[in-house]
Design a protein around this ligand. Structure first.
Ligand SMILES: [Zn+2]
Ligand SMILES: [Zn+2]
Length: 140
């Protein structure tokens, strides 16, 4: 288990994420919501227990809620000053699981490989395959 430090663009929020060895990889999400909210072709994430994230500066982040594919709510937690999305909670995953943005952890940006790609169905047609790609999500 390694602790990684995260920081939003403006530095108002800082946090720590604990990741096991097999979680120390980016999961690329190609869904259209990630393109719109993130401004790029995909976002880089990891699924973790809620207890593995600790906000160390900035207090409770702001919240943006939308309906996901499944019809269940997705709650996005973001910095109110610079709008960086720190993590998401998908209600369908239960109360104790969240999705953190690995692209916001400087060490992860430098060192992580790609673990898998999800929402391959929405991938830009000019993107090459980097990791194992799932049409939507891996089978449970
Ligand atoms: Zn910020
Ligand atoms: Zn996505």
């Amino acid at each position: 288990m390694t602790t990684y430090e995260g920081k939003c663009h403006c530095g108002h929020h800082q946090w720590e994420v604990k990741l096991e060895q097999d979680q120390s990889k980016h999961i690329l999400c190609h869904c259209d919501t990630c393109k719109i909210l993130g401004g790029g072709a995909f976002t880089m994430n990891q699924i973790i227990p809620k207890s593995a994230l600790k906000i160390t500066k900035g207090g409770e982040p702001s919240n943006y809620k939308y309906k996901g594919d499944s019809g269940n709510s997705v709650n996005c937690s973001y910095c109110p000053k610079c709008t960086t999305h720190i993590y998401h909670h998908q209600e369908i995953m239960g109360p104790d699981t969240i999705v953190v943005r690995t692209s916001l952890l400087p060490e992860a940006r430098k060192n992580f490989d790609v673990g898998a790609e999800i929402y391959g169905k929405d991938k830009m047609k000019w993107e090459k395959e980097i990791g194992q790609t799932f049409e939507v999500l891996p089978p449970q």
